[in-house]
Design a protein around this ligand. Structure first.
Ligand code: CO
Length: 435
């Protein structure tokens, strides 16, 4: 367990942005013998093969093919992006003839207060001019570089009574005491390139605090970006370690969930659909066989869930709340904001029961709508039975989130058992689950 926690925390540290999370994922996949495919080239696939393909270098789909002919795809989806602040335009703004601050906008729905008074840095990607065109380069400053200072309580007596925090006026990170200081010049220098060779960039502010496992029983794990790197990491472990596959095991790690998934590389794109079509074509399945395989497939959409809050239990439905360290959460919603229904929940529950993995059911407080997830967005393109799951955590979208330390193992075991289950749908809504 200690080793698994450390692996997750290393993965999170290596993943300040979705680009880095994709790169860290690719690193784990390569180490496990997965071969890279490119969307821009024809694919030749072999039974028993392990492959991955990236899109925008910020989304990854990894898959393993069984040695035998197959009847379904077994898919797990999670997301690699997290709410944060993104640098705008020229980067720096000046104040009072002295300070240089960074001009940023919010990416996704961050809890602003959680970004104040802690060590921040900058990471993202640079697009560099080359002899023949342009090329991407990953960038991570990797040092304490910024702070977003709170206004002291003496000037802000109502601070503990709640005060709106505006991105443009309250959340600009302090960068330098030189008003002309140019962060882009520093980034170029740190990256070892000429400033003029950076034609464009996507740079984000991230929390540098390393994650930790804590509590009298070491029952908690806290870190930045647990939503959803905890599920992404679990999906990677499962697709790498699952044995005796009866069907292709597919792990989708998408970018842009926090901004609605509607990008070329998001869950609401044709990325997954295209990959599934190309796998079947490469494996010699005609159009009719492809449709049958697709119809028999199953998606597990994994994104963290809200544990009952210790100070605000009233925000949970007391009868249907979920708790840290009590297993994988299956999320339900009457208006289908989550994709789980009786059929998909029963299939997933049966898989977990066989594997000895605990599960618990989550329903939102009926008067407080929750978030939505990847499942129904992927479902617009690949409309297959899907279950929404996650791990119970606190402070979702804070720059420092807390989850149950024991649950990580449950998620890895549950996803691995799912891949190993060789599912297929015999008739509408009836499923065979062969261990
Ligand atoms: Co999430």
């Amino acid at each position: 367990m200690e080793k698994l926690h450390q692996e997750l925390l290393d993965y999170i540290s290596a993943s300040p942005t979705a680009f880095h999370a994709a790169s860290a994922s690719v690193h784990l996949l390569r180490e496990a013998g997965f071969q890279e495919l490119r969307e821009t080239e024809p694919w030749r696939l072999l039974p028993g093969g392990k492959y991955f393909v990236t899109r925008n270098l910020s989304s990854v789909i990894a898959f393993r093919l069984p040695e035998v002919d197959y009847r379904a795809f077994q898919i797990v989806a999670a997301h690699l992006d997290s709410p944060c602040y993104k640098l705008k335009g020229k980067g720096a703004a000046a104040c009072g003839g002295k300070y240089a601050m960074l001009d940023t906008e919010m990416y996704g729905g961050a809890i602003s207060a959680s970004w104040m008074d802690r060590p921040l840095s900058v990471a993202g990607r640079l697009m560099l001019k080359t002899e023949g065109g342009v090329k991407p380069v990953l960038f991570d400053a990797g040092v304490d570089m910024l702070v977003i200072p709170n206004l002291c309580i003496h000037f802000n007596r109502g601070v503990n009574d709640g005060k709106p925090l505006r991105v443009q006026s309250d959340m600009m990170p302090l960068y330098s005491l030189q008003k002309g200081a140019d962060i882009k010049a520093q980034v170029a220098q740190m990256a070892g390139v000429e400033p003029a060779d950076i034609l464009a960039e996507e740079l984000y502010v991230y929390n540098r605090m390393p994650g930790t496992v804590w509590g009298p029983e070491r029952e908690f794990i806290s870190a930045p970006r647990l939503d959803d790197l905890e599920c992404a990491f679990s999906a990677l472990k499962a697709v790498i370690e699952a044995e005796n596959l009866g069907n292709p095991a597919v792990a989708c790690l998408f970018d842009n969930e926090e901004v609605g998934s509607g990008t070329r590389q998001g869950a609401d794109s044709d990325f997954l659909e295209t990959v599934l079509t190309r796998i079947d074509r490469a494996m010699g399945k005609g159009e009719e066989a492809h449709e049958a395989v697709r119809a028999s497939s199953f998606l597990v959409s994994a994104d963290n869930a809200h544990a009952v809050h210790p100070n605000h239990p009233e925000t949970a439905d007391q009868a249907n709340g979920v708790w840290m360290n009590e297993g994988i959460v299956i999320k339900f919603s009457g208006n289908q904001r989550y994709t789980s229904d009786a059929v998909s929940a029963a299939v997933f529950r049966a898989v977990c029961e066989k594997a000895g993995v605990p599960v618990q059911a989550f329903y939102n407080h009926s008067d407080i709508p929750g978030g939505s997830t990847l499942g129904h967005l992927s479902g617009r393109h690949v409309s297959i039975p899907s279950v929404d799951i996650g791990l119970a955590q606190l402070a979702m979208h804070s720059s420092w989130e807390t989850a149950g330390a024991k649950d990580l193992l449950s998620m890895v075991k549950g996803m691995t058992a799912f891949y190993e289950a060789a599912l297929f749908s015999g008739s509408d809504c009836a499923w065979n689950i062969m261990a």
